[in-house]
Design a protein around this ligand. Structure first.
Ligand code: FA5
Length: 348
């Protein structure tokens, strides 16, 4: 009968020989072989059962041989597995050919968000008229957002702009108007008039619906200098409306109220759909409201240290979403913020 050592030797030789014959297409055969040789119920375990008949002196020596055989076989299986993988990849590469005549894959191009497009368009128009474009702060102080806009702490008109307060004195700005005060503070009027626009995001505790969002975008406009009149405001707004909505559009100023302008107006544009006859877009009125505006309140000028007897100015604030909705016939404001590619791609 063969000794344990002989059995181990035979197992090693036979296993290594079998491994060599396995092709990558039959990789599972290798797995089966591994289980049958090294598995719990495999040949090696079977051979080990013979240890009980080995004398005590020989046990360490035979044990060493067994371990050696296990190591050699384990390594052989690992090498064989790596080789099969290599062969498989090589065979795949050989099979795969590149069809150089196929058209290339298109890389999808993104586009500017429609709100950004509107902002840039309006910026361009005003830059062309010599205005500077100014950034404001989204996190503002109560002082600039309200008090400097002639809305002291207990002023009832604060209710018109439901506010997210961060602390008693810090809030998310409810409009871009505080930039008026900040730029007037910084401007040197001895060097000429101030002409600026300031686009940006604003926040209100409004309930989201088709025409209201709790955050939206405004563009503030401010001109302060000598002899600035309501006619300048009207001419400027007429021009912007024609550039944005077409040269046949006219504007209408309606009396309104803002604490920071006097007089104050709501600005309507003649309906671009019906031309003023009345339709579903303009709710049969022939006019669509697009922004608030007015002559800067003397008190607002004075708070910036501007002499209201020498200087006057006009200001306006328009909602960017409102302009985009009117221009493109968008009927739900929430579309701007949902990130739906089908919506965004329409404005390439
Ligand atoms: C103001 O915010 C004034 N600061 C505008 C102003 C500036 C007047 C300078 C005079 C001088 P109002 O609250 O009306 O005004 O908002 C201006 C525009 O923002 C509105 O015409 C509308 O287009 C837009 N708007 C207001 N609330 C929302 C809202 N919840 N969602 C989307 N757009 C809004």
């Amino acid at each position: 009968m063969a000794t344990i050592e002989e059995k181990l030797q035979t197992l090693r030789e036979e296993t290594l020989a079998k491994l060599k014959t396995i092709k990558y297409e039959n990789a599972k055969e290798m797995q089966d072989l591994r289980v049958s040789v090294l598995g719990k119920k495999g040949v090696l375990t079977e051979i080990l059962k013979g240890m009980k008949d080995v004398s005590a002196e020989m046990r360490p020596i035979i044990g060493k041989h067994v371990n050696e055989a296990r190591d050699v076989l384990n390594q052989a299986f690992e090498e064989a597995a790596a080789l099969l993988e290599e062969q498989k990849v090589a065979a795949q590469l050989e099979k795969e050919t590149v069809d150089v005549t196929l058209p290339g894959r298109r890389i999808p191009f993104g586009n500017r968000h429609v709100i950004s497009q509107i902002r840039e368009e309006i910026e361009d128009i005003f830059i062309g008229m010599g205005y500077q474009v100014v950034d404001g702060l989204e996190v503002e102080s109560d002082y600039y957002n309200f008090e400097r806009m002639n809305l002291p702490k207990d002023h009832p008109a604060r209710d018109m702009q439901d506010t997210f307060y961060i602390s008693e004195e810090i809030l998310l700005r409810t409009h871009t108007s505080p930039v008026q005060a900040r730029t007037m503070d910084a401007h040197d009027f001895s060097k000429g008039p101030l002409k600026m626009i300031s686009p940006g995001r604003v926040f209100r505790r409004d309930t989201d619906d088709a025409t209201h969002s709790h955050q939206f975008h405004q563009i503030e406009g401010l001109v302060v200098g000598k002899n600035i009149s309501m006619a300048d405001l009207q001419g400027t707004l007429q021009l912007i409306v024609q550039k944005m909505f077409g040269k046949d559009r006219v504007i209408r100023l309606r009396p309104s109220y803002f604490p920071f302008t006097e007089p104050s107006v709501e600005v309507d544009v003649s309906c671009f759909k019906c031309g003023g006859q009345g339709c579903n877009v303009c709710k049969q009125t022939g006019w669509i409201e697009i922004m608030g505006a007015g002559m800067v309140h003397p008190q607002v000028l004075e708070m910036s240290g501007v002499d209201s007897k020498k200087y006057s100015g006009f200001a306006f604030g328009l909602g960017q979403e409102r302009v985009a909705m009117l221009r493109y016939g968008i009927n739900d404001i929430r579309g701007f913020y949902q990130g739906d590619m089908r919506f965004a791609e329409q404005f390439k």
